[in-house]
Write a protein that binds this ligand. Structure first.
Ligand code: NAP
Length: 435
């Protein structure tokens, strides 16, 4: 019998559990741990609440979770309740699928001012992650600045721009819906330090900005390179740039008709934040040139008004005990997912914060090949049985998958009309709902 522990129940964790289950069938036992009492990681607290079709992938993870050789153990914090070393003593293979839950920091003067957030915090707030549910951003100003030109910046700008009506059918949490409903924003500036040819935004997501009821996107024609330069772009990026050209060509009436302008500012590197009474009021930017694909400052500074700032510049994994960690890249130190025989990483914890949800599937299957190479036959480690003994000694309150189903049932029952669920946003309520 092979005993495998997977730390993290997001896409990377469940694709890995699926791979183990497919590879060894009845000859494996897989325990999937999560620090939260609820599963699915980024599907629940990262994917935008108005992108419900993407969240449907959780049904596939549920199928894995319900297979007889896979267990979910929620409310167990690896690193606090049990160490990686203890897990390694109990299981043949330990796979870290802990994602990249922390914001990369800009580390600029003024970044501690009120109403300056990172995307992990802000996205966590509107998605009801217990750690960020109390963030309480002030949306009563006129100007928001979103830093970064990736899909997370787009998610944040779109959620800020949508009306309550447009959020129908989403699972945005009540506190965020309420705050966004009373928002008085007039401009959402998306700030990119490089140019239109260097954006990381994908066309489907960018195109959604043309469908918004009370907002319209704006691009300055002067920032766009000559159209002929688009021919050499990779097809996805070319489509995205075509959309930017469409935004630049929108007639003035589109903006006159809408309350919010989503303004793309290229070649603008953030330099500092300024505020009044401890709260942000301005972002200082430096005009940039792009030289050999890299942003290079020109020394020319200018300021943009900013009542709210959300920096969407990427994420970092959390180090765990003495597991080797690449501080520069913000992920575990591994060779293709093998940290050392018996200890592995997958998903963002391995690659850093890139790729789609589907990218985690090959990651999970590949890591299982490494596990198979290192673990040619099952050992006699105590696995589940040993963990259960230790959990009871330590008085851990484990949330099982059937407990999660009760929590989910309560969330579905509490949903406002048209919404799939109303999430619990604190751990005590989640735990209470299982009994
Ligand atoms: P991302 O795609 O890597 O974009 C990060 C952005 O931040 C880039 O525009 C980058 O500019 C900018 N940036 C980095 N450091 C900066 C700095 N010091 N100053 C100014 N700008 C800076 O990351 P992401 O948006 O966080 O997305 C993470 C992953 O999740 C991506 O793979 C994304 O596609 C995926 N995702 C997908 C969806 C979806 O499919 N619907 C939704 C959300 C996220 P430079 O390029 O100049 O470095």
């Amino acid at each position: 019998m092979r005993q495998i522990a997977i730390v993290g129940s997001g896409p990377a964790g469940y694709y890995t559990a699926e791979a183990a289950s497919k590879k060894w069938g009845d000859d494996v036992r897989v325990d999937v741990f999560d620090a939260l009492p609820v599963p699915y990681g980024l599907i629940r607290s990262g994917v935008a609440p108005d992108h419900q079709s993407i969240k449907k992938v959780a049904l596939r993870y549920e199928k894995t979770a319900l297979s007889s050789n896979v267990r979910f153990l929620g409310n167990v914090s690896v690193g606090d309740d049990i160490t990686v070393r203890e897990l390694r003593d109990l299981y043949d293979a330990v796979i870290l699928a802990t994602g990249a839950p922390n914001d990369r920091q800009l580390q600029l003067e003024g970044d501690q001012l009120d109403n300056v957030f990172g995307s992990a915090e802000f996205v966590g707030w509107y998605n009801g992650h217990p750690k960020f549910a109390d963030l309480n951003p002030d949306l009563s100003g006129k100007h928001a600045v979103v830093i970064g030109m990736g899909n997370v910046a787009l998610d944040v700008a779109r959620i800020l721009a949508k009306t309550s009506g447009e959020m129908q059918g989403s699972d945005i949490v009540a506190h965020a819906l309420e705050a966004l409903h009373t928002s008085t924003l007039e401009t959402i500036t998306i700030l990119g330090r490089r140019g239109p040819h260097q954006i990381m935004m994908t066309p489907k997501e960018l195109g959604e900005l043309l469908q918004l009821q009370r907002a319209a996107p704006s691009v300055d024609n002067a920032d766009l390179p000559p159209p002929a330069d688009d021919t050499n772009l990779e097809p996805g990026l070319r489509k995205s740039v075509e959309l930017l050209r469409k935004f630049a060509d929108l007639p003035e009436e589109s903006h006159a008709k809408t309350a919010i302008t989503i303004d793309f500012r290229f070649f603008a590197g953030p330099k500092a934040f300024y505020g009044k009474d401890g709260r942000v009021t301005q972002v200082e930017c430096e005009r940039m040139n792009v030289v050999d694909g890299r942003p290079v400052g020109t020394g020319e500074l200018f300021r943009l008004p900013a009542d709210l700032v959300i920096s969407c510049i990427g994420y970092r994994a959390s180090p765990l005990g003495d597991v080797p960690f690449d501080q520069r890249a913000g992920r575990f130190d591994s060779v293709d997912g093998r940290i050392s025989p018996g200890l592995y990483c997958v998903g963002w914890a391995k690659r850093g914060p890139t790729g789609t949800i589907g990218t985690n599937r090959p990651d999970g299957y590949n890591v299982m090949e490494l596990v198979a190479e290192d673990m040619t036959s099952g050992s006699h480690k105590r696995g589940r049985e040993g963990f259960d003994e230790l959990a009871s000694e330590r008085g851990l309150e484990i949330v099982t998958f059937s407990d999660w189903q009760k929590i989910e049932g309560a969330e579905i029952a509490a949903a406002r009309s048209g919404a799939p669920r109303e999430k619990f946003v604190d751990i005590a309520s989640m735990i209470a709902a299982k009994s």
